[in-house]
Design a binder for this molecule. Structure first.
Ligand SMILES: Nc1ncnc2c1ncn2[C@@H]1O[C@H](COP(=O)(O)OP(=O)(O)OP(=O)(O)O)[C@@H](O)[C@H]1O
Ligand SMILES: [Mg+2]
Length: 245
């Protein structure tokens, strides 16, 4: 049985003032089995964040049905959304809400994102790359059964984004958490996902569903990733200007 089952028949935002009603998603249907990573890939504005909000249950207004796995859900937003006036440790403690082994879990989560000494640092002092790592640690520290990632590496320089994708690859393998990743970056989807659901431009409708034929080792090889992205995906990305070190 699927851990996550999504059937969004229609998602519209109602008319507001002079703005007419807007159809944002139609017939978006997919499932993810336990531990699987599914990427939803589509251009800016096609409804990716809207879809994640539906899957998270943050927006109940849609036609269709979504079934989530039991357990906790973690959402890494398009912007890291840390509390800037709190330390990194407090940002993680906040989502653990008094659990007994909180400190050990926070330390382990920060070590996993390769920021073992960041606990006492105020979130406002972090670079964007560090803030994105902390956002990942905050998501995983709750041991979620479903992980939602909204363009987790957007606005980073290419070498930083590549390093963080490698880190996420390791984290997803270790945690085996059912994951839904939305992105507009074809290579990110190919590198990280078992399957890719391709959406059209707005309103987002399914265009194709693809299985990514890469082994765990091949997912660390930028040339392989680009070859698969060029073969599978119609938008033929240019090569990335980054060393696959
Ligand atoms: N609360 C809202 N009310 C009305 N329209 C909205 C609302 N939220 C989003 N939209 C519209 O829905 C469409 C899809 O937005 P959404 O943020 O889901 O796209 P996206 O694929 O995540 O884009 P991006 O890649 O830029 O993050 C956009 O046209 C947006 O303007
Ligand atoms: Mg978005």
């Amino acid at each position: 049985m699927a851990a996550l089952s999504v059937n969004v028949v229609r998602k519209r935002f109602p008319a507001l003032g002079a703005a007419p009603e807007k159809l944002v998603l139609e017939n978006v249907r997919f499932a993810a089995s336990e531990g699987e990573t599914v990427a939803v890939l589509g251009p800016s504005g096609c409804g990716k964040t809207t879809l994640l909000n539906l899957v998270a249950g943050l927006d109940p207004e849609f036609e269709g049905r979504i079934e989530r796995p039991p357990g906790r859900l973690a959402f890494v937003f398009q912007e890291p959304r840390l509390l800037p006036w709190r330390t990194v440790e407090d940002n993680l403690r906040f989502v653990l809400a008094g659990e007994a082994d909180a400190k050990a879990r926070i330390d382990a989560a920060l070590a996993e994102v390769e920021l073992p000494d960041a606990g006492p640092v105020y979130a406002s002092r972090l670079s964007l790359g560090m803030a994105r790592r902390v956002a990942l640690a905050r998501a995983l520290v709750v041991r979620p059964s479903l992980l939602l990632l909204d363009e987790p590496f957007v606005s980073l320089d290419q070498p930083t984004a590549w390093r963080l994708r490698l880190l996420l690859l390791d984290l997803l393998a270790r945690h085996a958490v059912t994951t839904l990743l939305v992105t507009h970056e074809p290579r990110e989807a190919v590198m990280l996902a078992d399957r890719i659901l391709l959406l059209t431009a707005a309103p987002g409708r399914p265009r194709a569903e693809l299985r990514v034929p890469l082994s765990p080792e091949e997912r660390r090889d930028l040339a392989r990733i680009e070859a698969v992205a060029r073969r599978l995906l119609p938008d033929r990305p240019e090569p990335l200007a980054v060393e696959a070190a």
